[in-house]
Design a binder for this molecule. Structure first.
Ligand SMILES: Nc1nc2c(ncn2[C@@H]2O[C@H](COP(=O)(O)OP(=O)(O)OP(=O)(O)O)[C@@H](O)[C@H]2O)c(=O)[nH]1
Ligand SMILES: [Mg+2]
Length: 299
């Protein structure tokens, strides 16, 4: 018997999750990849950079594109991020609309569902954070979601508990086109290390700050110098006002020190070397609304 006649066709393509901020898109992306590629936090609008992660299987390659949450923009940055999201939608084969199991379906979800219906991609509904609700509530949410729009499938999943994560990979792969391999075998992401490192610093800085401050934080990695088993990293953490700078630095620099320590641990894991992190806090006045500053900060 020839092996080829029984083997399923090789499939490869792109998929992304969409949904309101905090729906669990980045956490799910990491769980599916089995490695931390995207940063996550309990603050809305955590993701600002498009990150691609490649899931290799013997007969498929699923490229997951993590995008920011779609929201009503209040700044130029917000508008740019929404544009990035819509551009990604037009480029992927499969879209997973994420709706948390523990929150009622809202106007935002209806709005997004309407927009997705216009696209050529296959749209699945993904009910996230199923570990937060009981069976009855989950069943109700699955029903409500299936009535929300025309979805190819409705898949419940918990990234934190690891429930149904592999099933979701399988389902998404099923809707990819037949295609030759898109990326080399061992490639996990094409994002430059500098971007990932900056994101890990921002994630650490988001811990414990609130109100407007999380949105005002941006990180730029200026230099990464490998020196044998050590990597020296020079980075700037930007805020929008000097009052915010004082909060980020903390009493006698205590907060900044804690942020540096937390970030360094994560970066060491990513790079597999020891890390020396030189972190400075700077003010870029109202950068979220300033086109020149946005460019400088990589948007
Ligand atoms: N209990 C539980 N919490 C989850 C799960 N997935 C995500 N979360 C939490 O939900 C919050 C938001 O997760 P993110 O993955 O950052 O959400 P996001 O959709 O990427 O958010 P933005 O990037 O802001 O659009 C974090 O505090 C996560 O820990 C899950 O399966 N179960
Ligand atoms: Mg995210």
């Amino acid at each position: 018997m020839s092996a080829d006649s029984t083997r399923p066709a090789y499939r490869a393509g792109f998929a992304c999750f969409v949904g309101r901020p905090n729906a669990g898109k980045s956490t799910l992306t990491n769980a599916m990849v089995g490695q931390k590629i995207a940063i996550t936090s309990n603050k809305p609008q955590t993701t600002r950079h498009i990150i691609r992660a490649v899931l290799h299987r013997p007969d498929s390659q699923l490229v997951l594109v993590d995008t920011p949450g779609l929201h009503r923009p209040r700044t130029l940055l917000g508008e740019r991020l929404n544009d990035l999201v819509r551009q990604t939608w037009s480029e992927v084969d499969v879209i997973g609309l994420c709706i948390p199991a523990d929150e009622p379906i809202g106007r935002g979800d209806r709005f997004i569902t309407g927009e997705l219906a216009e696209l050529k991609a296959t749209v699945l509904a993904v009910v996230t954070k199923t570990d937060l609700v009981d069976k009855k509530r989950l069943a109700e949410q699955l029903l409500a979601v299936s009535e929300l729009g025309e979805f190819a499938e409705v898949v419940p999943v918990s990234a934190v508990a690891g429930h149904q994560v592999d099933t979701l990979v399988e389902v998404m792969t099923r809707y990819l086109p037949e295609s030759p391999q898109l990326y080399p075998d061992d490639m996990l992401t094409e994002e430059p290390e500098q971007v990932l490192v900056g994101e890990l610093i921002r994630e650490a800085a988001l811990e414990g700050v609130r109100d407007e401050l999380p949105h005002s934080i941006a990180v730029v990695v200026e230099e990464m110098i490998p020196e044998g088993r050590l990597t020296k990293i020079y980075a700037d953490l930007y805020v929008e006002r000097s009052s915010q700078k004082a909060i980020v630095i903390g009493h006698r620099g205590s907060r900044l020190k804690a942020v540096g320590t937390a970030a360094r641990r994560q970066i060491e894991e990513l790079l597999g070397t020891r890390v020396y992190l030189d972190l400075h806090v700077r003010v870029a006045k109202d950068w979220q609304r300033d086109p020149k500053q946005l460019r400088k900060l990589g948007f």
